[in-house]
Design a protein around this ligand. Structure first.
Ligand code: PLP
Length: 385
Protein backbone atom coordinates (compact mmCIF):
# COMPACT_ATOMS: atom_id res chain seq x y z
CA UNK A 1 0.00 0.00 0.00
CA UNK A 2 1.13 3.51 -0.66
CA UNK A 3 -0.79 6.78 -0.73
CA UNK A 4 -1.90 7.76 -4.22
CA UNK A 5 -1.03 11.08 -5.86
CA UNK A 6 -3.66 13.40 -7.27
CA UNK A 7 -5.43 12.83 -10.59
CA UNK A 8 -3.81 16.07 -11.71
CA UNK A 9 -0.34 14.55 -11.58
CA UNK A 10 -0.14 13.29 -15.20
CA UNK A 11 -0.93 16.79 -16.47
CA UNK A 12 2.41 18.12 -15.31
CA UNK A 13 4.53 15.12 -16.27
CA UNK A 14 7.73 15.71 -18.21
CA UNK A 15 7.15 18.50 -20.76
CA UNK A 16 8.63 18.25 -24.25
CA UNK A 17 10.77 21.30 -23.45
CA UNK A 18 12.26 19.71 -20.34
CA UNK A 19 12.75 16.39 -22.09
CA UNK A 20 14.52 18.01 -25.09
CA UNK A 21 16.69 19.98 -22.65
CA UNK A 22 17.79 16.68 -21.05
CA UNK A 23 18.45 15.11 -24.47
CA UNK A 24 20.45 18.18 -25.42
CA UNK A 25 22.63 17.92 -22.30
CA UNK A 26 23.26 14.25 -23.12
CA UNK A 27 24.89 15.16 -26.46
CA UNK A 28 26.41 18.47 -25.18
CA UNK A 29 24.35 20.26 -27.82
CA UNK A 30 23.10 23.85 -28.21
CA UNK A 31 19.77 24.26 -26.46
CA UNK A 32 17.35 26.27 -28.59
CA UNK A 33 14.46 24.41 -27.00
CA UNK A 34 14.19 26.50 -23.86
CA UNK A 35 12.68 29.98 -24.13
CA UNK A 36 15.28 31.51 -21.89
CA UNK A 37 16.83 34.75 -23.03
CA UNK A 38 20.41 34.97 -21.80
CA UNK A 39 20.99 38.64 -22.61
CA UNK A 40 22.48 40.92 -19.90
CA UNK A 41 20.14 42.40 -17.28
CA UNK A 42 20.00 46.24 -17.58
CA UNK A 43 22.06 48.04 -14.93
CA UNK A 44 19.23 49.97 -13.17
CA UNK A 45 17.33 46.72 -12.65
CA UNK A 46 20.27 44.94 -11.02
CA UNK A 47 21.37 48.00 -9.02
CA UNK A 48 17.83 48.73 -7.88
CA UNK A 49 17.41 45.21 -6.50
CA UNK A 50 20.84 45.11 -4.90
CA UNK A 51 20.42 48.47 -3.18
CA UNK A 52 16.93 47.49 -2.03
CA UNK A 53 18.26 44.31 -0.43
CA UNK A 54 21.00 46.22 1.40
CA UNK A 55 18.51 48.90 2.46
CA UNK A 56 16.35 46.26 4.16
CA UNK A 57 13.54 45.77 1.66
CA UNK A 58 13.49 42.07 2.48
CA UNK A 59 10.13 41.62 4.11
CA UNK A 60 6.67 40.84 2.68
CA UNK A 61 5.13 43.55 0.55
CA UNK A 62 1.44 44.15 0.05
CA UNK A 63 -0.15 41.12 -1.62
CA UNK A 64 -0.71 43.10 -4.83
CA UNK A 65 2.78 44.60 -5.00
CA UNK A 66 4.64 47.70 -3.89
CA UNK A 67 2.85 50.97 -4.75
CA UNK A 68 6.04 52.20 -6.46
CA UNK A 69 6.08 49.23 -8.84
CA UNK A 70 2.36 49.50 -9.53
CA UNK A 71 2.82 53.20 -10.39
CA UNK A 72 5.73 52.37 -12.69
CA UNK A 73 3.68 49.67 -14.44
CA UNK A 74 0.75 52.08 -14.90
CA UNK A 75 3.06 54.73 -16.42
CA UNK A 76 4.73 52.22 -18.76
CA UNK A 77 1.38 50.80 -19.80
CA UNK A 78 0.00 54.28 -20.53
CA UNK A 79 3.03 55.14 -22.60
CA UNK A 80 3.29 51.86 -24.53
CA UNK A 81 -0.36 50.89 -25.04
CA UNK A 82 -2.51 53.87 -24.10
CA UNK A 83 -4.18 51.93 -21.26
CA UNK A 84 -5.27 54.18 -18.39
CA UNK A 85 -4.89 52.22 -15.16
CA UNK A 86 -5.39 53.10 -11.53
CA UNK A 87 -2.23 51.81 -9.78
CA UNK A 88 -4.29 51.34 -6.61
CA UNK A 89 -6.98 49.01 -7.86
CA UNK A 90 -6.29 47.75 -11.35
CA UNK A 91 -2.81 46.25 -11.04
CA UNK A 92 -1.92 43.02 -9.26
CA UNK A 93 1.79 42.22 -9.08
CA UNK A 94 2.34 38.47 -8.83
CA UNK A 95 5.05 35.84 -9.27
CA UNK A 96 5.59 36.08 -13.00
CA UNK A 97 3.05 36.27 -15.77
CA UNK A 98 2.61 32.59 -14.91
CA UNK A 99 1.56 33.38 -11.36
CA UNK A 100 -0.71 36.20 -12.51
CA UNK A 101 -2.43 33.89 -15.01
CA UNK A 102 -2.88 31.16 -12.41
CA UNK A 103 -4.31 33.59 -9.85
CA UNK A 104 -6.66 35.03 -12.50
CA UNK A 105 -7.93 31.56 -13.44
CA UNK A 106 -8.46 30.69 -9.77
CA UNK A 107 -10.35 33.92 -9.19
CA UNK A 108 -12.55 34.02 -12.27
CA UNK A 109 -13.15 30.49 -13.55
CA UNK A 110 -14.73 27.32 -12.19
CA UNK A 111 -14.24 23.61 -12.62
CA UNK A 112 -16.30 22.44 -15.60
CA UNK A 113 -15.98 25.74 -17.48
CA UNK A 114 -14.69 25.79 -21.04
CA UNK A 115 -12.11 28.26 -22.29
CA UNK A 116 -11.18 28.89 -25.91
CA UNK A 117 -7.45 28.76 -26.59
CA UNK A 118 -5.74 29.50 -29.89
CA UNK A 119 -3.31 26.80 -30.93
CA UNK A 120 -0.36 26.70 -31.34
CA UNK A 121 -0.63 27.44 -27.62
CA UNK A 122 1.72 28.19 -24.76
CA UNK A 123 1.73 24.96 -22.74
CA UNK A 124 1.40 26.61 -19.32
CA UNK A 125 -1.93 28.16 -20.33
CA UNK A 126 -3.39 24.80 -21.23
CA UNK A 127 -1.98 22.90 -18.26
CA UNK A 128 -3.05 25.63 -15.83
CA UNK A 129 -6.62 25.41 -17.10
CA UNK A 130 -6.65 21.62 -17.16
CA UNK A 131 -5.22 21.39 -13.64
CA UNK A 132 -8.18 23.42 -12.41
CA UNK A 133 -10.67 21.13 -14.14
CA UNK A 134 -11.33 23.70 -16.89
CA UNK A 135 -11.56 22.37 -20.44
CA UNK A 136 -9.42 24.08 -23.07
CA UNK A 137 -11.23 24.16 -26.43
CA UNK A 138 -8.90 24.83 -29.32
CA UNK A 139 -9.16 27.26 -32.21
CA UNK A 140 -6.52 26.02 -34.62
CA UNK A 141 -4.27 28.48 -36.42
CA UNK A 142 -2.18 27.10 -39.26
CA UNK A 143 0.94 28.30 -41.00
CA UNK A 144 1.87 30.34 -42.88
CA UNK A 145 -0.81 32.97 -42.06
CA UNK A 146 -2.05 31.84 -38.61
CA UNK A 147 -5.41 33.43 -39.52
CA UNK A 148 -8.92 32.78 -38.16
CA UNK A 149 -12.46 33.95 -38.76
CA UNK A 150 -15.44 34.77 -36.57
CA UNK A 151 -16.91 31.41 -37.72
CA UNK A 152 -13.95 29.53 -36.24
CA UNK A 153 -14.72 31.11 -32.87
CA UNK A 154 -18.46 30.49 -33.17
CA UNK A 155 -17.84 26.82 -33.96
CA UNK A 156 -15.85 26.38 -30.74
CA UNK A 157 -18.19 28.16 -28.31
CA UNK A 158 -20.72 26.29 -26.14
CA UNK A 159 -22.99 27.22 -23.24
CA UNK A 160 -20.08 26.38 -20.92
CA UNK A 161 -17.59 28.78 -22.51
CA UNK A 162 -16.50 31.47 -20.04
CA UNK A 163 -13.33 32.94 -21.49
CA UNK A 164 -10.89 33.10 -24.35
CA UNK A 165 -7.11 33.06 -23.98
CA UNK A 166 -4.89 34.81 -26.44
CA UNK A 167 -1.20 35.54 -26.53
CA UNK A 168 0.11 38.45 -28.57
CA UNK A 169 2.87 38.43 -29.74
CA UNK A 170 2.55 34.70 -29.45
CA UNK A 171 4.76 31.88 -28.34
CA UNK A 172 5.50 29.83 -30.43
CA UNK A 173 4.24 31.32 -33.74
CA UNK A 174 5.32 34.94 -33.19
CA UNK A 175 1.86 35.98 -34.33
CA UNK A 176 0.98 39.61 -33.62
CA UNK A 177 -2.81 39.93 -33.57
CA UNK A 178 -3.82 42.93 -35.71
CA UNK A 179 -6.66 45.36 -35.11
CA UNK A 180 -9.07 43.52 -37.37
CA UNK A 181 -8.48 40.19 -35.61
CA UNK A 182 -8.81 41.81 -32.20
CA UNK A 183 -12.05 43.42 -33.39
CA UNK A 184 -13.41 39.96 -34.25
CA UNK A 185 -12.40 38.74 -30.78
CA UNK A 186 -13.93 41.81 -29.10
CA UNK A 187 -17.28 41.36 -30.87
CA UNK A 188 -17.28 37.66 -30.11
CA UNK A 189 -16.39 38.17 -26.42
CA UNK A 190 -19.12 40.75 -26.06
CA UNK A 191 -21.80 38.69 -27.75
CA UNK A 192 -21.05 35.64 -25.53
CA UNK A 193 -20.15 37.71 -22.45
CA UNK A 194 -16.68 36.17 -22.04
CA UNK A 195 -13.55 37.14 -20.18
CA UNK A 196 -10.50 37.64 -22.39
CA UNK A 197 -7.19 36.63 -20.85
CA UNK A 198 -4.43 38.16 -22.91
CA UNK A 199 -0.81 37.23 -22.29
CA UNK A 200 1.40 40.06 -23.55
CA UNK A 201 4.75 39.03 -22.08
CA UNK A 202 6.44 39.62 -25.50
CA UNK A 203 4.76 43.02 -26.04
CA UNK A 204 8.07 44.81 -26.70
CA UNK A 205 9.36 42.38 -29.32
CA UNK A 206 7.53 43.26 -32.52
CA UNK A 207 9.26 43.51 -35.90
CA UNK A 208 9.06 45.01 -39.39
CA UNK A 209 6.77 47.92 -38.55
CA UNK A 210 4.10 45.71 -36.96
CA UNK A 211 2.51 47.18 -33.83
CA UNK A 212 1.55 45.53 -30.58
CA UNK A 213 -2.06 46.41 -29.79
CA UNK A 214 -3.24 45.71 -26.25
CA UNK A 215 -6.64 43.97 -26.64
CA UNK A 216 -7.94 45.86 -23.57
CA UNK A 217 -7.77 49.10 -25.59
CA UNK A 218 -10.42 47.97 -28.10
CA UNK A 219 -13.92 49.40 -27.59
CA UNK A 220 -15.88 47.39 -25.04
CA UNK A 221 -12.90 45.30 -23.97
CA UNK A 222 -11.57 47.09 -20.87
CA UNK A 223 -14.19 45.63 -18.55
CA UNK A 224 -13.73 42.00 -19.61
CA UNK A 225 -10.00 41.80 -20.36
CA UNK A 226 -7.35 40.50 -17.98
CA UNK A 227 -4.03 41.70 -19.37
CA UNK A 228 -1.14 39.53 -18.23
CA UNK A 229 2.48 40.56 -18.61
CA UNK A 230 5.72 40.98 -16.68
CA UNK A 231 9.40 41.86 -16.79
CA UNK A 232 10.89 38.35 -17.22
CA UNK A 233 11.53 38.70 -20.91
CA UNK A 234 12.12 42.41 -21.40
CA UNK A 235 14.70 42.69 -18.58
CA UNK A 236 16.06 39.12 -19.06
CA UNK A 237 15.12 38.19 -15.47
CA UNK A 238 13.07 35.04 -15.98
CA UNK A 239 14.33 33.72 -12.63
CA UNK A 240 13.08 36.70 -10.66
CA UNK A 241 9.42 35.70 -10.98
CA UNK A 242 7.81 39.10 -11.43
CA UNK A 243 4.67 39.64 -13.46
CA UNK A 244 1.27 41.23 -13.19
CA UNK A 245 -2.40 41.20 -14.10
CA UNK A 246 -4.17 44.39 -15.21
CA UNK A 247 -7.95 44.61 -15.20
CA UNK A 248 -11.12 46.18 -13.92
CA UNK A 249 -11.01 46.76 -10.12
CA UNK A 250 -13.85 44.29 -9.48
CA UNK A 251 -11.71 41.43 -10.85
CA UNK A 252 -8.36 42.77 -9.60
CA UNK A 253 -9.23 42.38 -5.93
CA UNK A 254 -10.21 38.74 -6.39
CA UNK A 255 -7.10 38.02 -8.46
CA UNK A 256 -4.99 39.73 -5.79
CA UNK A 257 -6.49 37.59 -3.06
CA UNK A 258 -5.71 34.37 -4.92
CA UNK A 259 -2.20 35.59 -5.71
CA UNK A 260 -1.84 36.25 -1.98
CA UNK A 261 -3.08 32.74 -1.18
CA UNK A 262 -0.59 31.02 -3.46
CA UNK A 263 2.47 33.33 -3.34
CA UNK A 264 1.85 35.84 -0.49
CA UNK A 265 3.75 38.45 -2.51
CA UNK A 266 6.34 38.79 -5.25
CA UNK A 267 10.00 39.04 -4.08
CA UNK A 268 10.31 42.43 -2.38
CA UNK A 269 13.76 43.71 -3.44
CA UNK A 270 13.24 42.45 -6.98
CA UNK A 271 10.04 44.48 -7.19
CA UNK A 272 12.16 47.56 -6.54
CA UNK A 273 14.69 46.51 -9.19
CA UNK A 274 11.86 46.12 -11.71
CA UNK A 275 10.39 49.49 -10.69
CA UNK A 276 13.79 51.16 -11.26
CA UNK A 277 14.01 49.55 -14.69
CA UNK A 278 10.53 50.68 -15.67
CA UNK A 279 11.18 54.20 -14.37
CA UNK A 280 14.59 54.70 -15.96
CA UNK A 281 14.61 52.72 -19.20
CA UNK A 282 12.95 54.50 -22.09
CA UNK A 283 11.84 53.72 -25.65
CA UNK A 284 15.47 53.43 -26.81
CA UNK A 285 16.04 50.51 -24.50
CA UNK A 286 12.90 48.66 -25.64
CA UNK A 287 13.68 49.35 -29.30
CA UNK A 288 17.26 48.16 -28.80
CA UNK A 289 16.19 44.80 -27.38
CA UNK A 290 13.60 44.33 -30.10
CA UNK A 291 16.17 45.18 -32.83
CA UNK A 292 18.57 42.68 -31.32
CA UNK A 293 15.94 39.94 -31.54
CA UNK A 294 15.04 40.93 -35.11
CA UNK A 295 18.65 40.72 -36.26
CA UNK A 296 18.94 37.27 -34.70
CA UNK A 297 15.60 36.22 -36.20
CA UNK A 298 16.80 37.14 -39.69
CA UNK A 299 20.14 35.39 -39.34
CA UNK A 300 18.70 32.29 -37.75
CA UNK A 301 15.81 31.93 -40.22
CA UNK A 302 18.41 32.28 -43.00
CA UNK A 303 20.41 29.44 -41.45
CA UNK A 304 17.28 27.25 -41.22
CA UNK A 305 16.59 27.85 -44.91
CA UNK A 306 20.18 26.98 -45.84
CA UNK A 307 19.73 23.74 -43.87
CA UNK A 308 16.68 22.89 -46.01
CA UNK A 309 14.05 23.66 -43.34
CA UNK A 310 11.25 26.17 -43.92
CA UNK A 311 10.93 28.76 -41.15
CA UNK A 312 7.65 30.61 -40.65
CA UNK A 313 9.29 33.96 -40.01
CA UNK A 314 7.70 35.44 -36.85
CA UNK A 315 6.37 39.01 -36.57
CA UNK A 316 7.11 39.12 -32.86
CA UNK A 317 8.41 37.32 -29.73
CA UNK A 318 11.66 35.33 -30.04
CA UNK A 319 10.83 31.94 -31.43
CA UNK A 320 10.40 30.59 -34.90
CA UNK A 321 8.39 27.60 -35.96
CA UNK A 322 9.75 25.71 -38.94
CA UNK A 323 8.39 23.01 -41.21
CA UNK A 324 10.46 19.92 -40.46
CA UNK A 325 8.64 17.40 -42.64
CA UNK A 326 11.78 17.12 -44.77
CA UNK A 327 13.57 15.41 -41.87
CA UNK A 328 13.39 11.65 -41.36
CA UNK A 329 10.80 10.52 -38.82
CA UNK A 330 7.07 10.03 -38.54
CA UNK A 331 6.39 12.42 -35.69
CA UNK A 332 7.63 15.87 -34.72
CA UNK A 333 9.47 14.30 -31.79
CA UNK A 334 11.31 11.80 -34.00
CA UNK A 335 12.29 14.62 -36.35
CA UNK A 336 13.47 16.85 -33.50
CA UNK A 337 15.54 13.96 -32.10
CA UNK A 338 17.02 13.31 -35.54
CA UNK A 339 18.01 16.98 -35.80
CA UNK A 340 19.59 16.82 -32.36
CA UNK A 341 21.58 13.64 -33.12
CA UNK A 342 22.76 14.94 -36.49
CA UNK A 343 23.58 18.56 -35.57
CA UNK A 344 23.52 18.91 -31.77
CA UNK A 345 20.81 21.60 -32.02
CA UNK A 346 17.83 21.07 -29.70
CA UNK A 347 14.38 22.36 -30.65
CA UNK A 348 10.88 21.61 -29.38
CA UNK A 349 8.64 19.27 -31.40
CA UNK A 350 5.58 21.11 -32.71
CA UNK A 351 3.34 18.53 -31.03
CA UNK A 352 4.03 20.41 -27.77
CA UNK A 353 1.90 23.30 -29.08
CA UNK A 354 -1.02 21.59 -30.82
CA UNK A 355 -3.74 19.17 -29.80
CA UNK A 356 -3.90 17.70 -33.33
CA UNK A 357 -1.79 16.68 -36.32
CA UNK A 358 -0.60 20.14 -37.46
CA UNK A 359 2.03 20.10 -34.73
CA UNK A 360 3.64 16.94 -36.10
CA UNK A 361 4.95 18.93 -39.08
CA UNK A 362 6.65 21.64 -36.99
CA UNK A 363 9.47 22.41 -34.59
CA UNK A 364 10.15 25.51 -32.48
CA UNK A 365 13.53 27.18 -32.13
CA UNK A 366 14.30 29.99 -29.65
CA UNK A 367 16.73 32.52 -31.11
CA UNK A 368 17.07 34.80 -28.03
CA UNK A 369 20.61 33.66 -27.30
CA UNK A 370 24.00 35.33 -27.05
CA UNK A 371 25.28 35.77 -30.62
CA UNK A 372 28.15 33.29 -30.14
CA UNK A 373 25.68 30.60 -29.01
CA UNK A 374 23.45 31.30 -31.99
CA UNK A 375 26.47 31.26 -34.34
CA UNK A 376 27.39 27.84 -32.97
CA UNK A 377 23.84 26.60 -33.56
CA UNK A 378 23.77 28.01 -37.09
CA UNK A 379 27.06 26.37 -37.97
CA UNK A 380 25.86 23.05 -36.58
CA UNK A 381 22.68 23.24 -38.67
CA UNK A 382 24.98 23.07 -41.70
CA UNK A 383 25.82 19.47 -40.75
CA UNK A 384 22.39 18.34 -41.75
CA UNK A 385 22.94 18.48 -45.49
N1 PLP B 1 3.73 33.65 -21.16
C1 PLP B 1 4.29 33.19 -22.28
C2 PLP B 1 3.50 33.21 -23.54
C3 PLP B 1 5.59 32.67 -22.28
O1 PLP B 1 6.13 32.21 -23.39
C4 PLP B 1 6.31 32.66 -21.06
C5 PLP B 1 7.67 32.08 -20.99
O2 PLP B 1 8.13 31.38 -21.85
C6 PLP B 1 5.70 33.15 -19.92
C7 PLP B 1 4.40 33.65 -19.99
C8 PLP B 1 6.40 33.13 -18.60
O3 PLP B 1 6.41 34.41 -18.06
P1 PLP B 1 6.89 34.61 -16.55
O4 PLP B 1 8.36 34.30 -16.49
O5 PLP B 1 6.62 36.06 -16.29
O6 PLP B 1 6.10 33.71 -15.71
Amino acid sequence: MSPRVSKRRPLVAQSEIRSMTLECARVSGVNLAQGVCDLPVPAPVIEGAEQAMRAGANIYTRFDGLPRLRRAIAAKQKHCTGMDLDPDGQIVVSCGATGAFYAACLALLDEGDEVLVFEPYYGYHVVTLASLGIKPVYVTLEPPGWGFTARDLERAVTAKTRALVLNTPSNPAGKVFDREELGIIADFAESHDLFVFTDEIYEHFVFDGKKHIAPATLPGMAGRTITISGVSKVFSVTGWRLGYALCDPQWALAIGHFSDLVYVCAPAPLQIGAARGLEELGPDYYQGVSDDHRIKRDRFCGALRSAGLTPYVPDGAYYTLADVTGLPGKTARERALYLLEKTGVACVPGSAFYSGPVGETLARFCFAKEMNVLEDAMQRLGRIS
